[in-house]
Design a protein around this ligand. Structure first.
Ligand SMILES: [Zn+2]
Length: 372
């Protein structure tokens, strides 16, 4: 992956490039942020630049033998670890690496959920176990094939269990010569403090709506209206934006569902809510999560419409028309609570809560909260 293929994050790219050109690369670095903000994409572009035989001022060459090997993730000195759904005879990433490579080559912004879904079981969380740490240690202790660095990238390192983390800690404390360890982490709280204190943390901010919309337009041939619409509710996460595309041409689908949900909440229509929830249940987990984000984005836009004015609301004309009528119901007295229940629901769906109970409960809360 070339730096120029990584979306946004310009100042971080510049800093990473300087560490290579000035020969001061830290041996353990932690990229903190969403995969959809580009943590893995950056770590990969960084590794490619470090290995490139023909570095340019601001990027790898993209054509040397080393760059070509990285392009299909087969560089012998670059190793990947990622959470796997452990089986008796499959305890390390290597048993799953073919599928994982396919996914990441196709989309370096793939999410954790994309990975589990590709494995055929999106409801089971993976783990980086102690056998994997042993494997990392073994691989980076070997002599480099190409005589330079050996690099190990951990994709979602927060999925290490305690034994794996302790073993990795030893490796970070006493690294073999010329080894680099890059951790990509979404949840910093799950990382051992002792590991944290020994790594250089690089914090990635969420991408701006503008950057996401521009990339959706340019790379996925989306019309600008739809691109702006998607960017406006994915919270700066390019993985979520791309997942939206794979949901198909269903931009209006969420909106229509939202409108009918709000209508029945206004009417406090219990039977309608039960019917609605049955439909939502058919969506599946990922789509439910995206729907909740979408709902939250309409609440936020309504608030902006209320307090700043409709000219500051970025969305399609049909949504604007709806928001104009809807916005008196969203205000400083209920937005905090609305935000809280939606975010909590998103959190619980992600952890496999029962969607039927959860959305019904949400509906009853909305009965009470949505009023002038
Ligand atoms: Zn190159």
């Amino acid at each position: 992956m070339l730096f120029k293929e990584v979306i946004g994050q310009d100042s971080i790219k510049e800093n990473l490039i300087q560490t290579v050109l000035n020969d001061r690369i830290s041996h353990a670095q932690l990229f903190h942020g969403k995969l959809g903000a580009g943590t893995f994409a950056l770590a990969l572009a960084y590794a490619q630049f470090i290995f490139c035989h023909n570095k340019q001022e601001t990027d790898s060459c993209g054509t040397c033998p080393s760059c070509l090997k990285i392009k299909n993730l087969s560089h012998p000195d670059l190793h990947f670890s990622f959470p796997v759904q452990l089986e008796a005879k499959k305890k390390t990433s290597d048993s799953f690496v073919q599928e994982w490579r396919e996914m990441v080559i196709e989309n370096p912004y793939s999410s954790e959920q994309n990975w589990y879904r590709k494995n055929g079981n999106e409801n089971k969380k993976g783990l980086i176990g102690v056998d994997e740490s042993a494997e990392i240690s073994k691989k980076i202790s070997l002599k480099a094939y190409e005589g330079g660095y050996k690099i190990s990238i951990l994709w979602l390192a927060e999925n290490m269990n305690a034994a794996a983390a302790n073993k990795l800690l030893k490796l970070i404390e006493e690294p073999p010569n010329n080894t680099l360890i890059f951790l990509c982490v979404e949840n910093l709280e799950s990382i051992l403090p002792t590991i944290l204190s020994r790594t250089q943390v690089i914090k990635l901010a969420s991408l701006s709506d503008l950057i996401i919309a521009k990339n959706l337009e340019e790379k996925h041939n989306l019309d600008s209206q739809r691109a702006i619409e998607i960017a406006s509710y994915v919270n700066g996460d390019y993985s979520v934006a791309l997942n939206e595309l794979t949901l198909g041409d269903e931009g209006n689908f969420f909106f229509e569902n939202f409108v009918s949900w709000m209508r029945l909440c206004f009417k406090k229509d219990v039977a309608g809510a039960v019917k609605f929830v049955a439909e939502i249940q058919k969506m599946g987990k990922e789509k439910q999560k995206a729907f909740l984000l979408f709902v939250l984005s309409i609440f936020q836009k309504s608030l902006v419409g209320n307090f700043v004015g409709m000219e500051s609301v970025k969305t399609s004309e049909s949504q604007k028309a709806f928001i104009k009528n809807f916005m008196p119901y969203i205000h400083e007295r209920n937005i905090g609570h609305l935000h809280e229940i939606m975010s909590e629901a998103h959190y619980h769906i992600d952890r496999n809560a029962n969607a039927k109970i959860l959305f019904l409960d949400l509906s009853f809360n909305l009965f009470k909260l949505i009023k002038k």
